[in-house]
Design a protein around this ligand. Structure first.
Ligand SMILES: Cc1ncc(COP(=O)(O)O)c(C=O)c1O
Length: 377
């Protein structure tokens, strides 16, 4: 566990993002995606806070994440969906879904048949995901008629939720051919289920990139992840189309444990990278063991009015930042790798060549998560 570094999660900012999202999509119910430990921010704290803000449906990737969430927050009612990692062939896993009231997102006919043919699942909500072009998980969109017949022939006449997932949500929804095709195919899926007499209780198609562009809001639900943690997920070329202006809910903070003046030509760190100019070298207590990967090499870092760059090799436990020679940098100062400013965060994403999702998720458990919340929230 780190002493000098922390991921400070500002729950008030999460609250502001939730309020902004509700303004943007007043008609939609929200399934808040909290997989991968709440995109690195701490699933339990994020969900507890979101519940206070009136969100009561959440998306996990694995059954274990879902069970943990249910067990950590036993005192409140909310829905949990598991999107990918579970195995209904294992009897005990199926029982966990029942016992803990967790909804599996069914993505293949094999699982669907298990649910339809087994008496113990007779009240199980059918949540179906269709593949409309992403070609990852999901039942094929052009088999929706057969799937509807299978459901009807097993005595069910309603489906709890029907969804699909967009492959290119960060690209234009108006112009990108796959985005247009996926939406058309999803409409066909819904039509085909309805035309065979199935009632569809709820539907969703939109993740952050889709919501940001104002698409997919005709469905009952939206499934935002990234945007609620702050950043836009749109490709830089179309970011101007985004209706989103979120605050990054976390600040990655670290301590400067050593400052040394360095002369042009002197070696720095492992491999002895040669300083190309005189400067003030700040050693920070974050390295790749904490999730500050070698991709951070050369990225811009800010302290007071000074701009420096990660210099030389990132180590397991430390990294070096080279500031200008006249910079007033003191040992024991705190420096923020990112903060609530989305443009700074997205610049870091570009410089490190890591998508925002990755920047968040790779912060390791060695970095303590600290939660900030105003008293009146
Ligand atoms: C099925 C599904 N829906 C919604 C999301 C949320 O996506 P985003 O974080 O881009 O909003 C994800 C995340 O990958 C997902 O897998």
């Amino acid at each position: 566990m780190r002493f000098g570094s922390r991921l400070a999660v500002n729950l008030d900012f999460l609250g502001e993002n939730i309020d902004s999202l509700k303004k943007l999509c007043p008609q939609n119910n929200i399934i808040f995606m909290v997989k991968a430990n709440g995109y690195g921010h701490g699933i339990v704290e994020v969900v507890r806070y979101a519940l206070k803000k009136g969100i009561n449906e959440f998306g996990c990737a694995t059954l274990a994440e879902a069970v943990n969430l249910r067990e950590q927050i036993p005192d409140q009612q909310f829905e949990i969906y598991v999107f990918s990692d579970f195995n209904l062939n294992i009897e005990a896993e199926g029982d966990l879904f029942l016992e803990k009231r967790i909804i599996p997102v069914i993505t293949n006919e094999h699982d669907l048949k298990i649910v339809l043919s087994n008496q113990k699942y007779r009240f199980f909500p059918l949540c179906l995901k269709f593949n409309t072009g992403m070609n990852r998980l999901g039942m094929s969109w052009d088999k929706s008629g057969e799937i509807a017949d299978l459901i009807k022939s097993n005595g069910r006449d309603s489906v709890f939720h029907v969804m699909t997932h967009m492959a290119c949500a960060s690209q234009s929804h108006r112009e990108h051919p796959l985005n247009i095709k996926q939406r058309e195919r999803f409409d066909e899926v819904k039509e085909s289920l309805k035309s065979r007499g199935l009632t569809i209780e709820s539907t969703s198609i939109a993740n952050s990139g889709t919501i940001e562009q104002g698409f997919g809001l005709e469905e009952t639900h939206i499934r935002p992840g990234l945007m609620l943690y702050g950043p836009s997920s749109l490709d830089e070329s179309i970011r101007h189309l985004s209706k989103w202006n979120g605050k990054i809910i976390s600040a990655l903070e670290t301590e400067i444990i050593k400052v040394r003046s360095i002369k042009k030509g002197e070696p720095v760190g492992y491999g002895g990278t040669t300083a190309t100019k005189d400067g003030q070298l700040a050693i920070i207590t974050l390295g790749y063991g904490d999730g500050l990967s070698t991709n951070y090499g050369n990225s811009e870092m800010f302290f007071k009015e000074y701009t420096g760059n990660i210099f030389g090799r990132v180590n397991m436990d430390m990294a070096q930042i080279l500031f200008p020679a006249d910079a007033d940098i003191k040992e024991k100062s705190t420096i923020q790798i990112w903060n609530e400013d989305p443009s700074r965060f997205l610049k870091l994403s570009k410089q490190t060549q890591m998508i925002p999702y990755e920047l968040f998720c790779q912060i390791s458990s060695r970095v303590p998560r600290v939660y900030l919340e105003s008293r009146d929230s």
